[in-house]
Design a protein around this ligand. Structure first.
Ligand code: ATP
Ligand code: ZN
Length: 290
């Protein structure tokens, strides 16, 4: 097999094609995450790359990150009306001027549909989900590791505040150790999300002060450090928004997210583009010899 794992550009910034050697590493990371998660009863769910627009509106995503959201539009007209627009498609004209926003948007993070699925429940015990999704974010820059379409694996839990705090703490440590085991010693830093517009600074300061988000950062290119994973608590935000409870209070949630392309790119940066030349121990750990 060709062992050159470097992603290929597609002409659209932040969108790449991934060779088999790259995908082998991604599969190894998936298996590693699953092995770490094996001692907790995670329910595995496949997640589609779209989500209900109303769900994301309710979750506050539109208000906080309108600049990142990709919407899904489609053509509501008749074939007869389309006859007028059709010629414009061939000439790069505005064939899309009648497009209307629909009830779906592109999924920006894997955990949103999971939180939404808990609507109406009283969680007598904590619940745990292991998910992966293709995510979309309309990023403004396209340096190494900043894609518009990327895959995110997440471990998600919901329950009481006490549970979510302890769970996040434990997973932050585990993921740090796991990355160190892959010879990617991460720096662990309190972080914030890219809130947009008025109030952004305030939200970011509050997020940092409450230590809602920790990022694990690793070098992906010369002097280019990116978050390859994050460990987050959302307090009662999703419990309030979607209406689920734990211990009679609004349910709390936490998640650990892994950027599958970013971790792979960090390994490529550390060990070179040809996975066949990577150290034996690392190859074995990622199952590349099977
Ligand atoms: P929260 O639950 O707090 O909203 P999250 O954990 O669901 O956050 P992020 O922390 O924003 O989501 O992203 C998780 C991981 O996804 C990041 O640590 C990173 O590895 C990866 N990631 C995020 N944005 C990109 C991107 N533009 N390109 C590639 N990978 C990305
Ligand atoms: Zn999440």
């Amino acid at each position: 097999m060709n062992d050159d794992a470097r992603p290929l550009p597609t002409g659209a910034s932040g969108v790449y094609l991934y060779p088999a050697a790259f995908e082998q590493v991604v599969a190894g990371l998936r298996a590693g995450i699953a092995a770490m998660a094996a001692d907790e009863p995670f329910q595995r769910l496949a997640v589609p790359p779209v989500i209900s627009r109303a769900t994301l509106e309710r979750a506050g995503y539109v208000a906080s990150f309108p600049q990142l959201l990709g919407t899904v539009h489609s053509y509501p007209g008749t074939p007869a009306q389309w006859a007028e627009l059709a010629p414009l498609a061939a000439t790069g004209g505005d064939w899309h001027r009648e497009q209307r926003i629909g009830d779906l948007v592109l999924l920006p993070a894997a955990c949103y549909p999971v939180h939404a699925s808990l609507a109406g429940r009283e969680l007598a015990e904590p619940v745990r989900f292991a998910v992966e999704a293709s995510c979309f974010r309309q990023e403004l820059t396209s340096e190494t590791g900043r894609m518009r379409s990327f895959r995110m694996a997440e471990l998600v839990t919901a329950g009481t505040e006490e549970h979510c705090l302890a769970w996040r703490e434990r997973w932050l440590e585990r993921v740090t150790d796991w990355l160190a085991g892959l010879e990617l010693k991460p720096s662990v830093e309190v972080a914030d999300d890219p809130f947009f517009g008025r109030g952004a600074r305030l939200y970011q300061a509050a997020q940092r002060m409450q230590q809602l988000k920790f990022e694990l950062r690793v070098e992906l290119g010369e002097g280019l450090v990116q978050a390859v994973a994050s460990a987050n608590i959302h307090k009662e935000h999703f419990g309030e928004v979607f209406g689920f409870t734990a211990g009679g209070e609004p349910g709390q949630t936490a998640c650990t997210a892994f950027g599958l392309e970013r971790i792979t790119l960090a390994l490529l940066h550390a060990h070179g583009p040809r996975t066949g030349e990577w150290p034996d121990g690392l190859r074995a750990q990622l199952g590349l010899d099977r």
